[in-house]
Design a protein around this ligand. Structure first.
Ligand code: C5P
Length: 285
């Protein structure tokens, strides 16, 4: 009998992203604090008898082959556990692609969680996260979701208490940015370094005001140089009343944090006329 499961794959934002240094393996040593928001893809997985991986999506821009992180995740789990069955998956995309919101990584994490269930592998979240690290640096975080501190190349995860709940306005400028391109263009001497330690304290103490003051991203300047509209959007968000505005991940999506719904609506309406892809969501508990 063919079995089917649907997994939710939420987007994330980076409250902080600090680049410590470039490593010998070519990756960068990072410290990041991430939190999930209620904008999500849905990944439906159906186990089939043919030994193949088939992906479909409602989004015509999504690669459906080995370039897709969910494909890589399915292939890895099949090979690791010598599974002769196949899988048919439908990825319902709501998270913008190449946006800095971790959509591809979250789809991969959902695939690992779903196949663990469908194929009765009995793997723990920690074991799934170890597999996820082979697919991409952000996949282990997406296995757990919620609020977390990530270090190493992003794959070492420490779960945190949820951030004080607030509204989040996401604005995705039209052109995407490739993560690798941003990391390759970094000017190390002038990098901004967020105060990760103080942000950890603010979250622990549930201090929303401090949290909004401490957001920061080492990659932002480099991405703004490539796409100056990121800076324009940040300024607009603040002028419409956002408590904080920052680029997420390697961009180009910018998020605004607002405690009050009325403020978030003002930011949303103000940016809607300027950009096509604007979302009003919340942090997840
Ligand atoms: O791990 P992932 O495949 O998602 O990373 C994409 C690209 O981002 C890498 O090829 C690398 O260029 C860059 N990267 C990095 N340091 C990290 C994570 C990613 O340089 N910690």
């Amino acid at each position: 009998m063919n079995r089917e499961v649907t997994e939710k794959a939420p987007a994330k934002i980076n409250l902080t992203l600090d680049v410590l240094h470039k490593r010998e393996d070519g990756y960068h040593e990072l410290e990041m604090i991430m939190t999930s928001v209620d904008l999500a893809d849905h990944v439906t997985l159906r186990t089939i008898n043919e030994d193949t991986i088939i992906i479909q999506s409602n989004n015509g821009f999504l690669p459906l082959d080995h370039r897709n992180h969910a494909y890589k995740a399915a292939k890895l789990i099949k090979e690791t556990f010598n599974i002769q069955l196949g899988v048919e998956m439908m990825i319902n995309k709501n998270i913008p692609i190449a946006a800095g919101l971790g959509g591809g990584s979250s789809d991969a994490a959902a695939t690992l969680r779903g196949l663990n269930h469908l194929w009765d592998l009995g793997l723990s979240l920690d074991e799934l996260a170890l597999l996820g690290a082979e697919v991409g640096s952000d996949v282990p975080y997406c296995i757990y979701g919620g609020t977390a501190f990530a270090s190493g190349r992003g794959e070492k995860i420490e779960q945190l208490v949820a951030v004080p709940q607030c509204w989040v306005v996401l604005v995705k400028p039209k052109k995407g940015i490739s993560t690798g391109t941003v990391f390759n263009a970094l000017a190390y001497d002038t990098l901004e370094h967020p105060d990760t330690h103080s942000m950890l304290t603010a979250i622990k103490e549930q201090n929303y005001l401090d949290m909004t003051k401490l957001v920061g991203n080492s990659l932002e300047e480099t991405s703004i140089n490539r796409q100056p509209s990121i800076e324009t959007i940040k300024q607009k968000m603040v002028s419409f009343g956002a408590d904080a505005a920052l680029m997420s991940g390697s961009g180009p999506t910018i998020f605004a944090l607002c405690r009050k719904y009325s403020r978030a609506q003002r930011v949303y309406n103000g940016l809607k006329g300027f950009c096509n892809e604007v979302y009003l969501v919340r942090t997840l508990k």
